[in-house]
Design a protein around this ligand. Structure first.
Ligand SMILES: Cc1cc2nc3c(=O)[nH]c(=O)nc-3n(C[C@H](O)[C@H](O)[C@H](O)COP(=O)(O)O)c2cc1C
Length: 174
C-alpha cells in the first residue's frame, strides 16, 4: 500500500457489545494488534443524508460530519484524531483498501462499496467516493463522501468480498 508512515496513533478500542457478538483479532497497516466485536445488526443508511469525513495524508480523521457521528456511533472527538480504520469491518478484504490508497496516491478519485463497523459492533454499508485534496499541487489530505448504497450492489459485494477474504486467508496460510 502507498499509505505513508505516520507516528503511531493508537487504534481506538471498541467496547464489548452487550448483544451477542463474534470477536476478531485485527492487525492494522502499521502492525498494531487490536480486537473488534461484530454483531449482525445492520443500520440502514438514512435517506437524504451524506456521510462526510476528511483525513490528513495518513488517513487520520480531521473532520467528521453529524451523519458520520450518528452512523458510526463514535463521538466526534473520538473520531477526530483516530485512524480511519476505526471503521474497518473484518468482512472487508484488504485489497479493497489497497485499491483506495493506490488510486488516491495517483491523484485520482476512488469509489466503492464499503461495509463499516459501528462502535456497538453493528454495521452499515455505504457507497463511498474519496478524493485527494490538492492545494498548490500538493496533496494535503483526502475527503470521502458516502451515499446510500444500491441494495443489489450490496448483495453482490457481500458475496464478492467473502470470496476475496477467503483468498486472502488462504494466501496467508490461515
Ligand atoms: C478519505 C478516506 C476515507 C476512508 N474511509 C474508510 C471507511 O469508511 N472505512 C474503512 O474501513 N476504511 C476507510 N478508509 C481506509 C482506512 O484508512 C484503512 O486503510 C482501512 O480501514 C484498512 O485499515 P489498514 O489500512 O490499517 O489495514 C478511508 C481512507 C481514506 C483516506
Amino acid at each position: 500500500m502507498t499509505q505513508l508512515f505516520y507516528p503511531q496513533v493508537a487504534q481506538p478500542q471498541m467496547p464489548v457489545p452487550s448483544a451477542e457478538h463474534t470477536t476478531h483479532h485485527m492487525r492494522n497497516y502499521h502492525g498494531q494488534s487490536y480486537t473488534v466485536y461484530c454483531t449482525d445488526e445492520e443500520t440502514q443508511f438514512p435517506d437524504g443524508k451524506l456521510i462526510v469525513s476528511r483525513t490528513d495524508v495518513n488517513g487520520i480523521i480531521t473532520h467528521a460530519n453529524e451523519a458520520f457521528v450518528y452512523m458510526s456511533g463514535w463521538e466526534k472527538d473520538e473520531l477526530v484524531g483516530s485512524p480511519h480504520s476505526i471503521l474497518r469491518h473484518p468482512d472487508m478484504p484488504a485489497i479493497a483498501f489497497q485499491g483506495l490508497w493506490d488510486t488516491l496516491a495517483k491523484g485520482e478519485k476512488w469509489h466503492g462499496y464499503v461495509k463499516n463497523l459501528r462502535k456497538n459492533g453493528g454495521f452499515y454499508w455505504v457507497y463511498a467516493t474519496a478524493i485527494p485534496n490538492i492545494r498548490n499541487g500538493v496533496v494535503e489530505g483526502y475527503t470521502s463522501v458516502r451515499r446510500k448504497p444500491d441494495r443489489n450492489k450490496v448483495d453482490e459485494c457481500t458475496a464478492l468480498y467473502a470470496q476475496l477474504l477467503q483468498q486472502e486467508r488462504e494466501a496467508a496460510g490461515k
